[in-house]
Design a protein around this ligand. Sequence first.
Ligand code: ZN
Length: 275
Amino acid sequence: MGDARPSGSERWPAGYRCALSVTIDVDGRYGEANYRPADDMYWISQTAYDPRGTERLLELLADRETFATFCWVGRAAVDHPMHVRSAVAAGHEIALHSWDHRPYNRMTPQEQRADMEQSLEALQRISGMTPVGHKTASWRYDEATHRVAQELGLLWVMDEPGGDLPYLIQPASTFPPLVQLPPSRWFDDYTLFVDHVLPPRHAFELWRDDLDVLRDEAGMMCLTLHPFVSGRPGPSRTLAWLLDYAIDLGDVWIDRADRMARWWSGNVGDVPDSV
Ligand SMILES: [Zn+2]
């Protein structure tokens, strides 16, 4: 794919060589609770840090005047609505991340639709915004997930690491295509600080090297962070250093996922059949 793509200088808005999307998944206690035994308080209790971590990440982003996307589990938003409103007031995007973090690939299409609708309604009511993006909890999606996202009129999803650029997908030909923004488990703080406990400096070096290559290639980096992980004191430095590094480069587009998805579908796009 890609022969008809614009060159790097035309791929992103004028003055930018690559894109860096910071997405923060606010799972509350529901992420760990779905994957651990109900009495495993050692793990589940770690997520009690989520509200404090959210505050630290909001401060870190505000200090750098950068905008991020918060993918909010519906029940976690209901638990701490003031944090949702703080994120909106600071100019960040609010996106869907399921109602209670159950894996979609174990649900029927009807259950997935009901789950997404319930999340959409709750986030709309709390934030006053209409979410246009969705990241599937734990990336456990199936062939129905993106069709449901299309039916609900969403603009973007962030589930499939199919490259270093966004691309259009259109599982249901009767609905407009979605912009698929590429995540990666190597851009996920859970991999670096939970699965493997890296020193924050090493995590920064890893992501800086990724960003350098993607900048050379006019690519896109989509970070997936969690308040109870990257919002902790040391790991928060990794994000701070990466943002400072990217800002100093002067040509990295750091913005909300919805703006990048709109740019891509309006200015670059792809014919879905060619992907
Ligand atoms: Zn999650």
